[in-house]
Design a protein around this ligand. Structure first.
Ligand SMILES: NC(=O)c1ccc[n+]([C@@H]2O[C@H](COP(=O)([O-])OP(=O)(O)OC[C@H]3O[C@@H](n4cnc5c(N)ncnc54)[C@H](O)[C@@H]3O)[C@@H](O)[C@H]2O)c1
Length: 352
């Protein structure tokens, strides 16, 4: 199966042991033209089991996959990893990604998300400048960022975030991602490094570390445990199924314009109360003895600096690449719940 043009051979994915990068790798492995390198420091949210399990079944595809255990906050190691992987395309996912952790320990977010991105840019600039003219022309860095860099919409706003929205991050996580976006743009404007930036909304799907709202709610509903919601639960997020996010990134690599940013959203704005209600109703069907599961819901003290609303305008990416989200929330939440229930052993590593 061919996912990318034949001329692209070496792909470096940073953060490929995480939720979204992991999904991309499991897709890219199907393209037997590619050599895939996964640079990951193997942190608390990393998962090795999915790739190993998958690779076992995929041997016949002659997939070439190399895991490089390395931390982007170390420049020397990062340069070594770039030399080893010799990339044509880089998907940069590696980042600390949990807002609550950024509030209690912001420093590691600066190290991984800001210094880590800076080191990657430095190493890639050197690599790109030394490529032959043909390879230099096709090289691209896709920097995967978040809609959280734009801060919060007002609850009653009709407006959505788009590529011209001003940066107004609220949390240490969002500020560190904003800083990394600015560095990436600067390496394009100043040195000509071919970059594309994507700003995506909240993802959900299989293999998401169960500290985020959706997997945690699923596992708490399954185990008949309290389901905590910050504040009054009216905060709105624009949910996207991880598969749709990956489709968008693959489109951007082929059809995205160098130096441009693209917003990506699932087009499914829901309050946290609605998310919990939908998951609880599905559990009422699956485990009627414990119904109604919504009784497990408990409001807790709000997160400081909690953004009220995110919502994304997909017009630019749709017009330029043809990409659109294909999964409805109603459909993909069932796929997600089903996956967690069938993979309880995987969850046991991280869920207590
Ligand atoms: N999850 C979402 O809803 C969402 C939405 C939009 C954008 N994003 C962005 O997508 C990217 C991936 O998110 P995710 O949810 O898969 O995160 P994740 O936490 O599941 O995975 C991140 C991976 O990056 C690795 N990593 C972190 N710091 C590193 C470093 N210094 N060096 C090497 N590896 C490092 C971790 O070990 C982990 O395996 C992040 O950049 C995030 O900002 C996520």
């Amino acid at each position: 199966m061919r996912l990318l043009p034949k001329s692209i051979k070496n792909i470096l994915v940073t953060g490929g042991c995480g939720f979204i990068g992991g999904r991309l790798i499991r897709r890219l492995i199907l393209d037997d033209n590619l050599n895939i390198f996964n640079l990951d420091k193997i942190g608390y949210a990393s998962d090795l089991t999915s790739h190993n399990k998958y690779l076992k079944n995929i041997r016949s595809h002659q997939a070439k996959y190399t895991l490089i255990k390395s931390d982007l906050s170390n420049l020397k190691d990062t340069k070594h990893a770039i030399k080893l992987s010799n990339p044509d395309i880089v998907f940069h996912f590696a980042a600390e990604s949990h807002v609550d952790r950024s509030i209690s320990n912001p420093e590691i977010f600066v190290k991984s998300n800001v210094i880590g991105t800076f080191n990657l840019l430095e190493a890639l600039k050197f690599h790109w400048e030394s490529l032959s003219p043909i390879r230099k022309k096709k090289f691209k860095l896709l920097h995967i960022s978040t809609d959280e860099v734009f801060g919060s919409l007002n609850l009653n706003d009709e407006l959505l975030f788009n590529e011209n929205s001003p940066y107004k991050p609220s949390s240490p996580y969002a500020s560190s991602k904003s800083a990394s976006d600015h560095f990436v743009k600067a390496w394009y404007y100043t040195y000509g490094l071919p970059v594309i930036i994507s700003n995506c909304s909240n993802n959900y799907g299989p293999y998401q570390f169960p500290e985020k709202l959706i997997p945690l709610t699923i596992l708490n509903a399954k185990n008949n445990k309290e389901i905590s919601i910050y504040g009054n639960g009216n905060n709105i997020r624009d949910w996207i199924f991880v598969e749709d996010h990956i489709n968008a990134l693959l489109q951007l690599i082929v059809k995205g314009q160098i130096g441009e940013s693209y917003c990506i959203g699932g087009g499914e704005q829901k309050t946290n109360n609605e998310i919990v209600q939908i998951i609880c109703s599905i559990f009422d069907e699956i485990k009627p003895l414990n119904a109604p599961h919504i009784k497990l819901k408990k409001f807790i003290k709000d997160r400081p600096g909690h953004d009220m609303k995110y919502g994304v305008d997909n017009n630019k990416i749709t017009n330029e690449t043809g990409w659109k989200p294909t999964y409805s929330f109603k459909q993909a939440i069932r796929i997600t719940i089903d996956w967690y229930l069938k993979n309880i052993d995987w969850c046991k590593q991280s869920y207590r």
